[in-house]
Design a protein around this ligand. Structure first.
Ligand code: HXC
Length: 288
């Protein structure tokens, strides 16, 4: 498939991606580098991220800096900003990708477990946003933020309640700042990804003993799960100047999965041609 945007779309720009060394974050890292950006990967596992940064830098011939910080701690983020500015002079875009999640009955969660997910997802997102936002406003610099929501940020979801609460907060942050910071040159958007199998998420959300319950071919109208490159292309588009008029949007990329769960008659997807013939005959008969 041809690429969505020209390969120099992010030339001369620096993009900071939290959790950019694994999973969806790594997909975003590849796409931003392919489009000419230099990269800062921020995460807790510095050893792994430094290794990833080295490989990416060689592959794309771009500068990739891996820095250790836990997004839950504002002071750790504040401490790495000077290093980033020393190396690149500026940061142009932020992807708040770092997340934490696992399935559990809510009553089985300790309050610390609840805190952990909310702190990584919501606090992590507003910590990075606040740090860079203040910096951009001081510098009067144009910038773009991409947050990662979920489809269940709108509906809520049983068994991932801390994540649902935190992601709903991320959506509120996205829409609020779009209006508050839009006039100051900072666009804020979000993605709501559906099922994109990545190791970290799948191990925590769909353990092997439950996989027989998840028939994604039936659950997702397009009949398959997503590929990370598909999400990364949309992420890059939302951050780019091609999306300069998109602000405060939460873009769902899920093959129609959440709508399939919503429509009252969507269960009819399971009907065969024979079922339909019988059903149509019955409904016509009811009319006559
Ligand atoms: C119940 C759990 C638990 C589990 C941890 N805890 N795992 N409780 N079920 N499976 C509890 C612990 O007992 C502890 O509480 C508290 O949570 C903190 O746990 P730690 O392991 O000390 O925390 P930490 O080392 O910070 O790890 C955070 C983590 C971990 C979220 C638990 O899994 C992680 O680092 N994940 C990052 C990657 C990730 O989750 N990726 C998936 C994101 S998917 P106590 O009371 O014992 O102290 C996603 C997208 C959703 O977000 C959409 C998909 C379709």
């Amino acid at each position: 498939m041809a690429h969505l945007m020209p390969s120099d779309s992010f030339s001369g720009q620096t993009i900071l991606i939290t959790g950019g060394g694994t999973g969806l974050g790594l997909g975003f890292s590849h796409e931003c580098l392919r489009l000419g950006a230099n990269l800062v990967i921020v995460g807790r596992n510095q050893e792994r991220n430094a290794e990833v940064a080295k490989k990416l830098s060689e592959q794309y011939q771009r500068q990739v800096l891996a820095l250790a910080a836990d997004v839950r701690h504002y002071d750790q983020l504040e401490a790495i900003l000077p290093t980033i500015l020393d190396k690149f002079g500026k940061v142009d875009k932020l992807i708040n990708n770092a997340a934490g999640n696992f399935i559990s009955p809510t009553a089985a969660l300790s309050h610390r477990a609840f805190d952990t997910v909310v702190d990584i997802v919501l606090k992590g997102t507003y910590n990075c946003t606040l740090l860079l936002g203040k910096h951009w406003l001081e510098q009067k610099q144009k910038a773009a933020i991409l947050n990662i929501a979920t489809t269940y940020a709108h509906t809520g979801s049983a068994f991932v309640v801390p994540s649902a609460c935190a992601k709903a907060g991320v959506v509120a942050l996205t829409k609020s700042l779009a209006v508050e910071w839009g006039p100051l040159g900072i666009r804020t958007n979000a993605l709501a990804p559906g099922a994109f199998p990545t190791k970290g998420a799948w191990e925590r959300l769909f353990p092997e003993n439950l996989q027989h319950l998840m028939d994604f071919n039936k659950k997702i109208p397009v009949g398959r799960v997503g590929e990370v490159v598909e999400l990364a292309a949309i992420a890059a588009f939302l951050l780019s100047d091609y999306a300069a008029f998109i602000n405060g949007e939460v873009l769902t990329v899920d093959g129609g999965e959440w709508l399939q769960g919503g429509g009252q008659f969507n269960f009819l997807n399971a009907l065969t041609a024979t079922d339909w013939a019988a059903a149509l005959a019955a409904t016509r008969k009811a009319k006559s």
